[in-house]
Each structure stands twice: as structure tokens, then as C-alpha cells.
Design a protein around this ligand. Sequence first.
Ligand code: ATP
Ligand code: RIB
Length: 309
Amino acid sequence: MNAIVFGSLNMDLVARAPRLPTPGETLIGNSFETIPGGKGANQAVAIARLKIPVEMVGRVGSDLFGQQLLDGLKSDRVGCDRVLIDDDIHSGVAIITVDAASENEIIVIPGANGRVGKPDLSRLQTLLPQAKVLLLQLEIPLDAVTEAAQLAKQAGVSVILDPAPARSDLPAHLFSAIAIITPNQVEASQLVGFSVHDQASAHQAANVLHDRGVKTVIIKLGSAGAFCSTETESFLIPAFSVNAIDTVAAGDAFNGGLAAGLVAGLSLKQSITQASAVAALSVTKPGAQPSLPTREALTQFLKEHSITL
Ligand code: ATP
Ligand code: RIB
């Protein structure tokens, strides 16, 4: 059994500067890099680096960025046969500014990701019989995300939705098709309509999301860890203490580690511990996909923390 990611691929255009510019201001920055990213592709790479088979379904443009994104995924052994090269539009890009304190601002231009729809759902459907989990995010059209979740549920595949970037208009029939939802604090606040900023407010938000039909809610609380609530229990898995230098893709690393654990047959708690370790390792390195750890790096990290999964 494997994992499928139905979602976005972006080339990240990353500028580093001493601080983030204010509106109307021009700043001289320190460096510029193009780095493979996109929430969907990041999650796929995180899973593949943990040596769990994973297939990506989505779109890139027929441009240099698209080719580089596909080459990167293939070198990480992500199955790319169902990533379409769309001749009519550019690949997705994310304009990212990172300051000296590792704060970031991101603008995503969807490009080919914005055209994911019916033909992509048909390609997804052919993979569902072999899959254990389907990972979704919100950088492709919401209708496609909703339909993918419903198809997966009908096929008996567990759906993990990362409701990122944040929005407040998810339809009821999406919630009812999701097994696990994994918002961060901003996304959880948007979904429930009140501020989610600590364990107590995360608990309240989880109850709202349970009422909408989601059985397992995991709220990512940054360096405060991850709060999980199921039908029978709730608990906090604290974050690992690391030297964080760049949190871009921490949430994607977390979801990749979570899904890889579930596919490998770990318990939910063990999978969240693995997710936290993968995310912690990712924040110690700059960029999206280059920051995602290998299985060997994860094993070493867990050993150093005396954790056996
Ligand atoms: P992203 O920056 O990719 O948008 P996110 O906002 O979706 O990430 P966060 O809540 O910031 O998600 O982080 C996800 C997980 O990463 C956390 O639950 C935690 O386990 C881990 N994490 C984040 N920041 C740190 C940190 N400074 N030190 C250790 N672990 C961290
Ligand atoms: O979650 C991080 C990702 O968000 C980046 O790689 C960027 O592409 C944006 O989509």
C-alpha cells in the first residue's frame, strides 16, 4: 500500500533580506535562490525520503521550472507518471521573502496548479485501489480537492487534509470525507472563526471540527508542538528542541512524516511523534524540499532523543 499526494508543485523564488519590507519600500536583500516547493510536492518528497512509496498527481507548465520540479521529484523516487505537463500555462511559483529572524512572507501564483480538475481526478482514481492514504492541501481548486476527498473515501482510502493556505469556506461535504485534518494556528482560526493560539483554544477548535464530521483533528502549534484530538482522547506532542533557522515547509514535513507513519502501520501517536521529528529536522535547514530529512537522518535523530517507534 502506498500514499498519494493530489496537490500543488511550485518553484519557490526565495529572497533573503535583513527584514521584511514595509508596503511601498524597496530593500536591498542578501541572496536569491530558486528552490523546489509547493505544499503538495513537499509532502510527497517528505514521504519518499522516509522510503514509503508515494505517487504525485497534479500539473506543471511546459517550462524550465516545470521540468526542474519533475526532475527533483523523480530523483527522490516520487512517482510522477500522473503529473501532467500543461502546455497552456506557466508552472506554479511562490515568491518567498525570509528575514534575519526566519520570519517569512509568501505569495503563491498557482499557474498550472490552478487548472487541476476533472482529467486529474480521473488520473487520481486509477491509483486509489493501491493506496492507504491520500494527502490534500488547498493550493489547487477547492472543487477538485473536495471531489478527490470524496472519491478516496468511497474507495476506503484515508484522507489527510492540510487546510493550507488558510480559508474559511470549506464545504460541509469536504469535512465529512476527511479522516484527519491538520491546520496550523492561523488555518484553525480561519476554519472555526475564533483565535486558536494555545492548547486550550486548540481543544475548543477541535471540538468544532469534530462537530463538522472530522474524526481526528491535529492542530500544529509551531514550536509549542501539535495538539491532537480524536473521538476518544486528546493529547499534546511537544515540539523537539532544535536550532530553528527556517520554518518554510515545516507543516509539509509534519504531514509527510505523519502519513509515512500511518502507511507503515505506526499508531496515531507514534505517527505524530514521527511527524514532529521530521518537522523539527526540516526547520534546521533552509528552503522547502532541500530541508526535508532522509530516513537515515530521522533514525539518527530519534536515537539521539532515545525514542523508539
Ligand atoms: P509552515 O511554516 O510550513 O507554514 P505550519 O505553520 O503549517 O508550517 P507549524 O505549526 O509552524 O506549521 O509547524 C508544524 C510543526 O513543525 C509543529 O507542530 C512542530 O512539530 C514543528 N515545528 C515548527 N516550528 C518548530 C520549531 N521552531 N522547533 C521545533 N519544531 C518545530
Ligand atoms: O508550505 C511551504 C510551501 O508553501 C512552499 O514550498 C511554497 O511553495 C508555498 O506553496
